[in-house]
Design a protein around this ligand. Structure first.
Ligand SMILES: Cc1cc2nc3c(=O)[nH]c(=O)nc-3n(C[C@H](O)[C@H](O)[C@H](O)COP(=O)(O)O)c2cc1C
Length: 437
């Protein structure tokens, strides 16, 4: 049986699946249920400083994007950090940690960008027995207008400064949670590292308006006739999150910095992809909010079965395995050639591949052969773009086949050479460089 035990910045958990800081981790009742269901850890819903209460809207907080089958693809929220009193949260965290010593419990914190504010809250959190802290530099709405959350996460100097304070005033490991609402994610990650962070976690939610009510002409969710931008998450954001995780994992300046991967993780496969791209563990929010806490059981069994099948004995066998294969465009092999192939037995003759290719691409798929509907790839025209595969409604009906070394691409007349540039030893690969030093 594959060993799913995980140690992240010294914090142990029985599996790599943590619940991200959000409503599922807002109170002891939820977290107890989550641990019973099998979650390896939680990042408690973000705590703020003691003082005027945080007040949420009393109307709709969420908007969504759905697939054709009404499956939730993207969730948008305008919720703030916890609106429960700090002392109540701290007491509950202490009790939960005592009840579940083998699970990870991390406190998410967001207080004003002042040294004293951080200095005062850290001992209170430490007293709960929490395993670590996560600095919320990510929330893009509500708190950011007050100079917190993503307002800090968008300024690398502030990140470095606050991380430094936290490292100075607590012995707990510090995880810096980054906002994706920034052009180059490597900059805040580098700043966090410069401040001495133990890890980064990402992504928090993405600035978004999910829709506009065309009767009232107001963005949704609409609160009393007005809407504001919110934070987007769920399956739709996974590709953005994966890329940002990979950017940090392969940046020579942050290479080796532990990463907690977050963003759209719904299945064990999503989690495995984050781990492969360099995450040391993963955090989940929307999937738990959509399907309930027991979804973790499928994640655990799925990951474990796959690892057994592939002969991966522990998470270390997977973590960062895809990083060496993630490169910049200029290192892609232009002598590698693939051509689309349509399985005539599987083809339902809908013609979507033809029309996509004919109208918008390379005119490389027939529609009629001898007067009958027949969809076939014209190899001399096919550039191997993969659009037909993506628009075909039948899975595996159209596949991309790589031409073998030495054959001639009938479109260009040039020989095929799939064995060019080995990225593993490429000088631009941080791992290769480190190995060489
Ligand atoms: C309703 C809601 C509230 C959230 N509140 C917080 C929060 O208080 N602190 C925080 O760091 N992230 C918060 N998040 C962001 C999540 O922790 C997570 O980073 C994001 O949702 C992406 O993960 P997902 O795609 O699995 O949902 C919140 C997300 C949602 C949906």
């Amino acid at each position: 049986m594959a060993d799913l035990r995980n140690t992240f910045v010294g914090i142990k958990s029985p599996n790599p699946f943590w619940l991200a800081s959000a409503p599922p981790t807002d109170k002891a009742y939820n977290v107890e249920r989550a641990f019973k269901a099998g979650w390896g850890g939680v990042v408690w819903k973000t705590l703020g400083e003691e003082g005027p209460p945080v007040v949420n809207v009393n109307g709709p907080r969420y908007g969504a994007i759905w697939g054709a089958d009404r499956r939730l693809l993207g969730l948008n929220n305008i919720e703030l950090i916890t609106d429960r009193p700090l002392q109540v949260n701290l007491q509950e965290m202490k009790q939960v940690k005592m009840n579940w010593p083998d699970r990870a419990l991390v406190a998410s914190i967001m207080v004003p960008c002042e040294e004293n504010a951080w200095k005062s809250i850290l001992p209170l959190v430490e007293e709960t027995g929490a395993d670590g802290i996560e600095l919320n530099f990510g929330c893009p709405h509500g708190m950011s207008e007050r100079g917190m959350g993503s307002a800090v996460g968008q300024v690398p100097e502030y990140i470095e400064m606050v991380v430094r304070w936290c490292k100075q005033y607590t012995r707990m490991p510090v995880i810096t949670k980054l906002t994706p609402n920034i052009t180059d994610i490597r900059k805040p990650a580098r700043a966090a590292k410069a401040g001495g962070t133990d890890a980064v976690s990402l992504i928090n939610t993405i600035n978004s308006i999910v829709s506009v009510d065309l009767d009232t002409f107001a963005p949704t969710p609409t609160v009393g006739g007005k809407g504001s931008h919110g934070g987007y998450c769920g399956p739709a954001v996974k590709p953005i999150a994966l890329n940002m995780v990979a950017e940090i994992a392969r940046d020579p300046e942050t290479y080796g910095l532990p990463i907690s991967g977050i963003g759209g993780i719904t299945t064990w496969r999503d989690a495995a992809e984050f781990l492969a791209l360099g995450a040391g563990n993963v955090q989940v929010c929307t999937a738990a909010m959509t399907y309930g806490f027991k979804i973790v059981q499928e994640m655990i069994s799925g990951l474990s079965d796959w690892m057994d099948e592939k002969g991966h004995r522990s998470l270390d066998d997977i973590i960062a395995r895809a990083v060496p294969n993630t490169t910049d465009w200029q290192y892609l092999n232009l002598n590698y050639v693939a051509k689309a192939h349509i399985d005539q037995d599987a083809c339902i003759k809908c013609g979507r591949c033809h029309i996509a290719c004919e109208d918008t691409s390379h005119q490389a798929i027939t529609a009629l052969v001898d007067g009958a509907r027949h969809f076939e790839v014209i190899e001399e025209e096919c550039v191997g773009c993969n659009l037909c595969v993506n628009v075909c409604p039948v899975e595996n009906c159209i596949t991309m086949n790589a031409l073998p070394a030495g054959s001639i691409d009938r479109r260009t007349g040039k020989p095929v050479d799939p064995n060019y540039a080995n990225w593993t030893t490429h000088p631009n690969n941080p791992m290769a460089r480190q190995a060489a030093e």
